[in-house]
Write a protein that binds this ligand. Structure first.
Ligand code: CAA
Length: 286
């Protein structure tokens, strides 16, 4: 799947320097991918760009394997505080790769748990911001929904058109949409396959906001998140996500315990001392 250059680089990285910032810069810059681009717009942000323009970034298995690899590399990189995921102006992603799927049989998809590896994104500890322009359809919409924050350009179009293919969403759309926009709207999208504009998605609370220069805005947001204490950011992401799964009472208890736990960190001491001393906090992520 990955080039020889990539294998050599990662092997070398396992054995060289212990300085995480140096390692991470090298790793992100040198990994060779076929279907995605990775870059570091600034030292604390990883930018991953889906790059199958001829197929409108259809999410083939090889693309997803590369995406998961790049995401987990960024997640493990101590120099990176947040990740931005984007596509092209025309398409964030037009869904799972229909040409790859069309001849699959039940025994195959069931036995091999087709699409199971899509969910790995939700195991990342660092925040992922989706910067969506153009089509975010089917798996593309689901991929955006798996991210922690969605920013959309005015051209973005969201939808779950699987019903037109004789199937239903398989990457979490039917479930995450219910949480994001409620049953009636989720049902409408899943059963009609209708696309909604960025503005409508905004009104429905499906995204954070519509903005021009969406990638730039996402990088700015990722940079700001990266300037906070990473332990608190990780905890914040964990407790908000727990709200999806727990009852209110359990969620409140989990939030309180996690809040208590942060009093064991140097960042809490530094953050509160800096406020009292009227200076900027210098977080050490410890
Ligand atoms: N899979 C594979 N190829 C795709 C694709 C997809 N999901 N979406 C687009 N493409 C390919 C087209 O086949 C075409 O390739 P060729 O040039 O080789 O013919 C190329 O991308 C450009 O597409 P169009 O010519 O169709 O571009 P358009 O501007 O006329 O239309 C579109 C754009 C409305 C997004 C249209 O491409 C479309 O409807 N795509 C499919 C959207 C869809 O149904 N997504 C759901 C997939 S199923 C899924 O995702 C399941 C799940 O839950 C995980």
């Amino acid at each position: 799947m990955f080039s020889r250059a990539f294998q050599i680089t990662t092997t070398a990285l396992r054995t060289v320097s212990r300085k995480p910032s140096v390692i991470s810069t090298i790793r992100l810059m040198s990994t060779q991918y076929e279907h995605i681009l990775t870059s570091r717009p600034n030292p604390s942000v990883a930018l991953i760009t889906l790059n199958r323009p001829k197929a409108l970034n259809a999410l083939s298995t090889p693309l997803f394997l590369e995406l998961n690899k790049a995401l987990f590399d960024a997640d493990a990189d101590q120099g990176i505080g947040a990740i931005v995921l984007t596509g092209s102006d025309k398409a964030f992603a037009a869904g799972a790769d229909i040409k790859e799927m069309k001849d699959k049989e039940f025994s195959d998809v069931y036995k091999n748990n087709f699409l199971a590896n899509w969910g790995e994104l939700s195991r990342l500890r660092k925040p992922v911001i989706a910067a969506v322009s153009g089509y975010a359809l089917g798996g593309g919409c689901e991929l955006a929904l798996m991210c922690d924050i969605i920013l959309a350009s005015p051209t973005a179009k969201f939808g779950q058109p699987e019903i037109n293919l004789g199937v239903i969403p398989g990457g979490g759309g039917s479930q995450r949409l219910v949480h994001a926009i409620g049953k009636s709207r989720a049902m409408e999208l899943v059963l009609t396959g209708r696309m909604v504009s960025a503005q409508e998605a905004d009104q429905w609370g499906m995204i954070s906001r519509v903005t021009d220069n969406v990638v730039e805005e996402a990088i700015k947001m990722a940079t700001e998140i990266s300037s906070k204490g990473q332990l608190a950011v990780q905890a914040g992401k964990e407790v908000v996500n727990a709200g999806y799964e727990l009852t209110l009472a359990e969620g409140l208890r989990f939030e309180r315990r996690t809040f208590h736990g942060l009093f064991a960190t140097k960042d809490q001491k530094e953050g509160m001392a800096a406020f009292a001393e009227k200076r900027k906090a210098e977080f050490t992520h410890s």
